[in-house]
Ligand binder design. Sequence first.
Ligand code: NAP
Length: 313
Amino acid sequence: METSPLATINLAIVGVGKIVRDQHLPAVAGNPDFRLVAAASRNGRVEGIDNFGSIEEMLSAVPSVQAVSLCMPPQYRYAAAVKALEAGKHVFLEKPPGATLSEVEDLASRAAANGVSLFASWHSRYAPAVEAARDFLTGTRIDSMRVAWKEDVRQWHPGQDWIWQPGGLGVFDPGINALSIVSRILPRPVFATSATLEFPENREAPIAATISFTDAAGLDLLAEFDWRQTGPQSWDIAAGTAAGEMLLSQGGAKLSVDGRLLHAGPEQEYPMLYRRFAELIRAGRSDVDLAPLRHVADAFMLGRRKVVEAFHD
Ligand code: NAP
């Protein structure tokens, strides 16, 4: 679908739930590149625009839609994405971009065949200090890295059944955000060498995971994800380097080295994601980096499974 450089892009949102209300609606409202014209959701609604119960109904009723953001849980995203891409729409995929690597690769081929843009978004990569951490690590020797992503699932994902079902990723739903940052800031690709995944005896997805990674230069990288953290929450990436001890904390919001603050800034993740989506559409390009999802898949392939006590919401 042709999009002239200055025309506003007619956008629709599909899967109206928590992240749409918290982030997508305000980010789209603040971006003059987009005009939100429709939404499709079985129960959710967006005030002030046309709402439909399914993406099929929406695509046939509002042909002026040029781009769609797919914000339902990952297990249901592929079917909706195929419909949008085959109808010639540009597609923004919430993270994780799908339930499997192969289905997202199929989407990338379909986007190319239909001449539209596909954006597999990784919001944590747009946290304020991530690029500063990347610049810092590019110029030094990295000896070790420790990732601690530990939060209280009851606080952040109350009642989200899909997250505990196959394809919902369990603790990797937040953990993949850490992996999206790690795969952005490190100068070389890393790969998992061992993993332990802890599954509550009544659930089909892990509540905790520990993964060791290395790279061609022998980096010692350990990632710990845990959903049982109460009290202070941790979203930290620490690195021992020749230039000092780096700490990227608060989910990528703050960078310090040897305790000295080097970079911090206002949170702008979703506004930046929509700027990037507009840029991709105008340039006729796609951005589908599967590295974070591949690391999760590798952890599931390599991981020792440990059964732990039942989890109840
Ligand atoms: P959510 O509120 O549980 O789900 C979003 C919406 O998807 C639901 O309101 C529901 O709307 C629709 N949906 C649920 N089950 C469905 C199904 N079986 N088939 C089709 N649609 C279904 O989840 P969320 O927290 O917004 O997360 C959605 C995605 O955004 C996830 O991939 C998540 O990882 C990502 N994300 C979430 C956050 C966060 O803080 N929550 C942050 C960043 C990214 P209807 O019932 O109206 O269809």
